[in-house]
Design a protein around this ligand. Structure first.
Ligand SMILES: C[S@@+](CC[C@H](N)C(=O)[O-])C[C@H]1O[C@@H](n2cnc3c(N)ncnc32)[C@H](O)[C@@H]1O
Length: 228
């Protein structure tokens, strides 16, 4: 791990999530969406970065596994969970989710594993990520990294294959101001990918964001069909 990568992981977290809560950038809507999911036993957060414990305020899960290809992000997440020390942003998120900040240590204890796995190449191969075994599968900012519609659709299918029959899937993807080389997100694309993945979407929404670098995002929630 280079110092530059460590610095980049810190800078990303500080900009988006740590120093203060950034209203108007879609985070409130994502938290509300996650809060509508009933309690689950096992949750997998793919392309987690170091942010799983932020989204965890809104999720009611007994355990969570965080998955990423960046070891520095996973290391940072692991460190934060071990320290269980609240960043200023967590205070606001806890209140937005109707939780007591004192619950943070309990939330940190739900992070039972971090895993290195490439989630944009199919199939996702990791012994801790068997297909059809999670009550909730999330991705925030992962599928927006795909190259084009075909890549988005195959990755969407691979990611959500981890959800159990009738299990929940949820995510958000940002449209970058400079999105050269990235998939163009649209409602049609999500609906086609969901059909291919045997996912029934119950929410699909485009939200404008105050972040000039990421002026909009798409959020979605759904369930894997019990019988394809
Ligand atoms: C935009 S960041 C989002 C991080 C976090 N989920 C959040 O809510 O802020 C995208 C994350 O996806 C990870 N990533 C990129 N390519 C990946 C891949 N092929 N498989 C798994 N994770 C990947 C990156 O390392 C990064 O942590």
């Amino acid at each position: 791990m280079t110092a530059a990568r460590a610095g980049a992981a810190e800078a990303y977290a500080a900009r988006h999530y740590r120093d203060r809560f950034r209203y108007g950038e879609g985070t409130e809507q994502i938290l509300a969406m996650l809060g509508s999911v009933p309690p689950v036993d096992r949750w997998a957060d793919l392309g987690s970065g170091a942010q799983t414990l932020l989204w965890a305020w809104a999720v009611n899960a007994r355990t969570v596994i965080a998955v990423d290809t960046d070891p520095q992000q996973l290391h940072l997440l692991h460190q934060r969970a071990s320290a269980a020390s609240l960043d200023p942003v967590h205070d606001t998120v806890a209140h937005l989710c109707g939780r007591d900040p004192a619950e943070f240590a309990d939330l940190c204890a739900t992070l039972t594993a971090t895993a290195w796995a490439d989630c944009l190449t199919t199939p996702i191969e990791h012994p801790g990520l068997p297909a059809a075994s999670f009550g909730l599968v999330t991705q925030f900012g992962l599928l927006g990294l795909t190259r084009d519609a075909a890549h988005f659709t195959t990755a969407f299918t691979a990611v959500h294959r981890l959800a159990a029959p009738s299990g929940w899937v949820a995510g958000a993807n940002w449209t970058a101001r400079n999105s050269a080389g990235r998939v163009r997100l649209s409602a049609e694309l999500y609906r086609a990918a969901a059909r291919a993945a045997d996912v029934e979407l119950t929410l699909l929404e485009r939200i404008d964001s105050a972040d000039p670098d990421f002026p909009s995002l798409w959020i979605y929630l759904g369930n894997r069909r019990s019988t394809p």
